[in-house]
Unconditional design. Structure first.
Length: 387
């Protein structure tokens, strides 16, 4: 009996040791993979920043205040850098500025630029915009996945009732120049002036911009078991439907995906392997909406799964999309562990959870984010009740 017990004990200890070794090996591999992903992201980010910095430096030859795209603005230049357009999706307007020697020359260049932004789709922009062409060439690492950009209209659906002909586009551009005031200021270069025109976009633009993404929202809200209104509300809050949205983090596209975090996690869920999406991959609206939907799925059905009430979990998911699941836990327990926070959250009503998040989230940004997305969800539920 003693020999048997001793043998069992030795066997258990050996098995335990082997199990610990296996777990340690797995953790080491995970950490190595994590470090590699971090390294790849840092490398990719450095390349992007270098390209943006170089391009901005080139722009300073002509512009006192060179601008690049942001989350809510799509800024684009001509090849010679002497004409630029700035579509402000948040404020529902666009401006065109050109550097020219005369008003006649300025009007001609303005008309060309307005025709460009009024008619080009996302695929055409990536193929013709000087900066976007550079971005597509950055990083050929196998860890960074790229993709061609889909051909989605940008402003055409706001400005025309159907796909416009070249004649219709040129007519729109000429009329726009004629009916809007042109201002001018001194240029950096002697003998030239900067001419500017501001143009208001049609009313109800947000809803009309959202309509071109109905198919993707229908597909991925169903696949990932999410309210379609949630996807629309997050797109508007993140980018105001700017397909070339870019933040300083950097995050890219309609749903503002950060390659190394949401992008990496969503990529693994979608493709069952590790990878990290590039900027060009995320400027493809189908890719972007799928990745954003996949990340919401991860938050709702994995990280926050222990929150029992669906509405409470939805509020936490919305805030977590902006600030991370750890900060949601902190709001309720001052600890970053959702296993500790979930039982406390489950004692509260959805209304109390919402109020607690607005009061105790660590930063104002996720508080405002939760309010905006929740409010906009109600509007999209009405607008897309057939989805």
């Amino acid at each position: 009996m003693k020999k048997t017990l001793l043998a069992l004990l030795l066997s258990t200890l050996l098995f335990s040791s082997e199990k610990e070794d296996a777990v340690a090996k797995m953790m080491a591999e995970f950490e190595a993979s994590k470090q590699m992903n971090q390294k790849e992201f840092i490398s990719y980010k450095e390349q992007l920043n270098k390209e943006f910095k170089n391009y901005k430096k080139e722009l300073r030859t002509y512009w006192k205040n060179p601008k690049l795209s942001t989350k809510k603005e799509w800024v684009s230049y001509t090849k010679d850098k002497k004409s630029r357009s700035d579509v402000d999706f948040k404020n529902n307007q666009y401006s065109v500025e050109v550097i020219a020697k005369s008003l006649a020359e300025a009007k001609k260049r303005m008309q060309e630029r307005i025709a460009y932004i009024a008619s080009k789709n996302t695929k055409q922009v990536v193929a013709t915009d000087p900066l976007q062409k550079r971005v597509t060439q950055i990083s050929k690492s196998p860890e960074v996945t790229s993709s061609s950009v889909d051909a989605k209209p940008i402003l055409a659906t706001l400005l025309f009732t159907k796909k416009p002909t070249d004649a219709e586009v040129n007519s729109y551009a000429a009329k726009t120049i004629k009916k809007n005031k042109i201002t001018m200021r001194r240029s950096k270069n002697k003998g030239e002036m900067v001419y500017r025109v501001n143009v208001k976009l049609p009313k109800n633009s947000k809803l009309r911009l959202s309509q071109k993404y109905q198919n993707e929202v229908r597909e991925y809200s169903k696949k990932y078991k999410l309210p379609n209104a949630l996807l629309f509300a997050i797109m508007q809050t993140e980018s105001d439907f700017n397909p070339f949205a870019k933040s300083y983090i950097p995050a890219f596209g309609l749903m503002q995906i950060v390659p190394r975090s949401a992008g990496r996690d969503s990529y693994r869920l979608i493709y069952k392997k590790k990878g990290m999406p590039s900027a060009t991959y995320l400027y493809n609206s189908t890719n972007n909406i799928q990745m954003g939907s996949a990340y919401l799925y991860i938050l709702y059905y994995r990280y926050l799964r222990k929150i029992k009430n669906p509405r409470s979990r939805l509020y936490c998911t919305i805030a977590a999309y902006n600030t991370g699941a750890g900060n949601i836990a902190w709001a309720f327990t001052h600890k970053y562990n959702m296993n500790v926070a979930a039982p406390k959250i489950n004692t509260l009503t959805p209304e109390q959870v919402y109020a607690k998040l607005l009061h105790d989230l660590r930063f104002d940004e996720p508080k405002n984010y939760l309010k905006r997305v929740s409010r906009r969800m109600k509007l999209y539920k009405v607008a897309y009740k057939d989805l």
